[in-house]
Design a protein around this ligand. Structure first.
Ligand code: NAD
Length: 480
C-alpha cells in the first residue's frame, strides 16, 4: 500500500538522517535496543533506580555521549510515585493523578515534494485540568510517540502547579522529521494537526505552544487554521510572533527563567554568577538564550554543543557571536572562537554550572560521573535519569530540576495568553520582571519544602506540585 510504503520510507529516512547528523552521540540512533535500557528499566520497575546492575563501561551500558534508553514516561512516573508516597497520597487518588484525562491520536497524511503521501501520527494528551485550562507545547520530531507525549503532559501538570500559574498540563506532538521538512511541508503538518484536534482545544480549554521542532511560525499557522474554523482567536496558542499578538520576552523566556533559578541556587551555594563558568548541552532556543543572559551577568560560557558537535574555549565562547553563527546556518563545531571537542569532553569540561538543554535522558548512569560541575540547572525536560540523579546527589552536585527550572516558557506563555484575552500588550521589561517574581517565588517555596522535609529539590518540587493539584481536584469535587 502506498501509505505504508511512504510511512516506511519516511521512518527509514528519518533514522538514516539521525545517524548521519549526530556524530556527538545523537538522540537514540542505532543503540535503541541495547541491554542497558532493559537493565535501568527493570531496576526502576523493581523500585530501584537502575544503578548497580551494570558497570558504567560494562556490557550493554549506554555510551557516555548518548541518551539513556529509559523513556521520559518512566522518568516522570518514577518521581511522581516517590513524591506521592512521601506525602501519603491515597492510592486511588494517585491513580487518577498519574493517568491522563484525555488522549487524542490523529492521522496526518502529507503529500511531500517527492509526490508521495507520508503518513504521520499526531497526539494531544490532556493530562490534568484541575487547576485551569490544559497548557503545553507541540513537538515535531521523528521520535515522538504516545508515551513521550504522556510524560511531557504529566510534567506540565506539575510544572504549572509549582510555578503557581492557573493552568493544567498537556502536550502534543507529531512524529514527523521536522529537520528535513521544507517550510511548506511543515505548514501542511501544522495546519492538518490543528484542524484535527481543534475540537478539544480552545482559549479556555487547551492552549498549545512551541516545543522542539516547532516555533513562532508554526504557532502562526496553527492560529490561522483555528481562526478559519472558529474566527480570529489569538489566545488559542502562545509563543506566536510579535506581529501576531505574541508577547515580548516569550522567545527568551525559558532561558531567562533558568538564569533566575541559577541566581537563586548560586547564592545558596556561595557561587558568584559573575565569576562562574557554565556549559550548555543543546545550543537551541533554550540553551542559546540562557547562554546570552548568563553572559550578561558576567558568567563565562566554556563549552556548548548541538546535535552536530561541540566546542570549548577556556577563555570563554562569545554566546552572542555563537548564536549569530548558528542563526546564519553555521555549525557549532565550525565556530572560530573555540576548539572542537567530543560530546564526552563536553561533559568533562570543568565549570560551576552545567545546563542540559537538548533532549531527555542525556545524563544517565554511564556518564553522570563525568560531570565536573557544582550545579546542574535542567533546561531540557527529563534530561537526568533517576539513576544519574542518585549519582549526582551522592557526588554532592546540586540539581535544580526541570519541573521548576524550565518553567519560564510556560510562565510567559501565561502572560501572552492574559494579554491576548485583553487585547493588550505589556512592555518587555514588565514581562521580565513579572517572570523573575514568579521564578523566585517557586524557587523559595520548593527550597522551603526541601529544607522542611530534608529531601532533594526534585522530590520537594513534585511534593508541592502534587499537593496543589490534588487539592484543586478535591475542592472542585472531581475526586473525593
Ligand atoms: P531546540 O530544538 O531549539 O533546541 C534543541 C537543541 O538541542 C538543538 O541545538 C539541537 O541541535 C540540540 N541537540 C539535539 N540532540 C542533541 C545531542 N544529542 N547532543 C547535543 N545537543 C543536541 O529546542 P528547545 O525549544 O531549545 O528545547 C530544548 C529542550 O528544552 C527540550 O527538552 C524542550 O522540551 C525543553 N523546553 C523547552 C521550552 C521552550 O520554551 N522552548 C520550555 C521548556 C522546556
Amino acid at each position: 500500500m502506498a501509505d505504508d510504503e511512504a510511512r516506511t520510507a519516511t521512518k527509514e529516512s528519518a533514522d538514516a538522517k539521525q545517524q548521519e547528523q549526530e556524530p556527538t552521540g545523537g538522540q537514540t540512533g542505532t543503540d535503541q535496543e541495547t541491554g542497558d535500557t532493559v537493565t535501568e528499566k527493570q531496576a526502576l520497575h523493581e523500585g530501584g533506580t537502575g544503578d548497580g546492575q551494570v558497570t558504567p563501561e560494562g556490557p550493554g551500558s549506554t555510551p557516555a555521549g548518548e541518551r539513556a534508553e529509559i523513556s521520559n514516561f518512566e522518568i516522570v512516573n518514577h518521581y511522581f510515585n516517590r513524591a506521592a508516597e512521601r506525602i501519603g497520597l491515597r492510592d486511588d487518588v494517585a491513580a487518577v493523578l498519574r493517568s491522563a484525562y484525555r488522549e487524542v491520536q490523529v492521522q496526518i497524511p502529507v503529500t511531500r515534494t517527492d509526490d508521495r503521501i507520508h503518513v504521520y501520527t499526531g497526539y494531544r494528551v490532556q493530562h490534568n485540568g484541575a487547576r485551569g485550562p490544559y497548557k503545553g507545547g507541540v513537538r515535531f520530531h521523528p521520535e515522538v510517540d504516545l508515551d513521550e507525549v504522556r510524560a511531557l503532559a504529566s510534567l506540565m501538570t506539575w510544572k504549572t502547579a509549582i510555578a503557581g500559574i492557573p493552568y493544567g498540563g498537556a502536550k502534543g506532538g507529531v512524529n514527523c522529521p521536522a529537520g528535513e521538512l521544507e517550510a511548506h511541508e511543515k505548514e501542511k503538518v501544522a495546519r492538518s494537526f490543528m484542524s484535527k484536534i481543534d475540537k478539544v482545544l480552545g482559549p479556555t480549554r487547551d492552549i498549545p505552544a512551541p516545543d522542539v521542532g516547532t516555533n513562532a511560525q508554526t504557532m502562526a499557522w496553527m492560529m490561522d487554521e483555528y481562526g478559519k474554523l472558529h474566527g480570529h482567536t489569538p489566545a488559542i496558542v502562545t509563543g506566536k510572533p510579535i506581529s501576531l499578538e505574541g508577547s515580548y520576552g516569550r522567545e527568551a523566556a525559558t532561558g531567562r527563567g533558568l538564569v533566575y533559578m541559577y541566581r537563586e541556587a548560586a547564592a545558596a551555594l556561595g557561587i558568584r554568577p559573575s565569576e562562574s563558568r557554565f556549559t550548555v548541552q543543546g545550543f537551541g532556543n533554550v540553551g542559546s538564550w540562557a547562554s546570552r543572559i548568563m553572559q550578561e551577568l558576567g558568567a563565562k560560557l566554556v563549552a556548548a554543543s548541538d546535535a552536530f558537535g561541540a566546542v570549548r574555549s577556556d577563555e570563554g565562547l562569545d554566546a552572542e557571536a555563537l548564536a549569530s553563527h548558528v542563526a546564519d546556518g553555521g555549525r557549532l563545531r565550525d565556530f572560530e572562537g573555540g576548539e572542537e571537542i567530543s560530546a564526552v569532553e563536553l561533559l568533562e569540561t570543568e565549570c560551576e554550572v552545567f545546563i542540559p538543554a537538548a533532549l531527555g535522558g542525556m545524563i544517565h548512569k554511564s556518564n553522570a560521573e563525568r560531570l565536573r560541575c557544582k550545579l546542574v540547572v535542567e533546561g531540557a525536560n527529563s534530561p537526568t535519569t533517576p539513576a544519574a540523579d542518585e549519582i549526582l546527589e551522592d557526588r554532592g552536585v546540586f540539581v535544580v530540576p526541570d519541573v521548576m527550572a524550565n518553567a519560564g516558557g510556560v510562565v510567559v506563555s501565561y502572560f501572552e495568553w492574559a494579554q491576548n484575552l485583553q487585547h493588550f500588550r505589556w512592555e518587555e521589561r514588565e514581562v521580565n520582571e513579572k517572570l523573575g517574581r514568579i521564578m523566585r517565588r517557586a524557587y523559595r517555596e520548593v527550597a522551603a519544602r526541601a529544607e522542611k522535609d530534608e529531601v532533594p529539590f526534585r522530590l520537594a518540587a513534585y511534593e508541592v506540585g502534587i499537593e496543589r493539584v490534588a487539592d484543586a481536584a478535591r475542592t472542585r469535587g472531581y475526586i473525593s
